[in-house]
Write a protein that binds this ligand. Sequence first.
Ligand code: HAM
Length: 422
Amino acid sequence: MKYKSIRGMEDILPGDIGAWQKLENTARKILESYGYREIRTPILEDTSLFERSIGESTDIVTKEMYTFKDRKGRSLTLRPEGTAPIVRSYIEHALDKISPELRLYYMGPMFRSERPQKGRSRQFYQIGVEVIGTRSPFADAEIIAQLDKMLKSFGLEDFTIKLNSLGCMADKAEFAGKLKKYLEDRKKRLCGDCKKRIKKNVLRVLDCKNECCVQVAREAPNLIDSLCASCKEHFEKLKGILSTTKTKFVETKNLVRGLDYYTGTVFEITHSALGGQDAIGAGGRYDNLVKDFGGPSLGAVGYALGIERIIIALKAKGQAKSAETTKILYVATMGDKAKIEGMKIAEEIRRECGLRVLTDLKEASLKSQMRTADKNNAKIVIIIGEDELKEGKAVIRDMARKEQKSVNINSVVEEVKKGAIC
Ligand code: HAM
């Protein structure tokens, strides 16, 4: 039987990994420059962690989580997102004692059992940040500006940052009441799911992609009108800071999120290259979650980007370039003695020159090794045959120029270092 990967869970092959590494390396560099520190949490968590934070009636919790019982009967879930595990870890390790305001970032796989399609998989990767310990709009502004800068550094241009505010819990409740009333009167025009959502999770109706619901939502009451004075002030201040820092955004009426923990600022980044699944990232404030999980009363804000979707957007512009710029050098050898000598030389070149050095692992013929060097795009081949070895010599061949020269075996590394042949 031939095995295949699980539907919706894809292999990232060596030919594609360069674009991923480039993205991850750029993100790491930028995030570290903003003072973010990396955090890695386990892939499995207690199921109730997600139920309580993301929300019992959300699509993620009701339909999409990979939940199972372990051998002791405990209910565990493959993390569908990174925020809840990080808040769990923050409280468990009292990270607020380390710094009153913590900037954290993470990269890694998330799991949601959604119907796979372009830009939507069941195992997907996120790069995310969480800033825990502040309620200031300056924190919202910094992460949005940082995100904007990072996406541009990846080579993306045609993205839109959509911005809105859900208000505090009281504002959300007030708006939910207004929206319920509005939708009850138009219930007949809604899709089956949204009819149920009116009772269970009314804000989600605003996020439904069905044309009938989109039309009803267009005329719905505006969330912004339900904001209390303090939430309104926060939102106005945030928009002011973003405008001053020249971070472009589009205030988007009734933008809501699919996770219940959000309060206040919410945002989503979309890209036209993606079609149906056009959000390349999203985030917002979750000022009640730390306290809800039994921690101190601290504000927090964060976002997560979907790596696969960013790569699709970059590919659409022909910009998903590989990070593999390091030159490759191949050491071709014949006979055991030459192979051992070749291994030593390869090791020295790796240490001294920072090149990628490949050697023959198959005891293949010299001709076949030259073909392998060519296929691997080697710039230089060092040839050590039995005859060369007897004379204490090696050949250095420049593959592009098709030139070669014989040098003393003890000076091979020096010659490569001089780069005369490169
Ligand atoms: P989210 O909107 O659920 O937010 O996911 C963030 C991003 O992950 C999406 O915009 C999308 O790019 C990517 N994504 C989500 N589901 C899939 C999928 N099935 N296949 C491919 N990509 C996907 C969160 O996860 C929040 N934890 C973000 C956050 C952090 N909020 C505050 N801090």
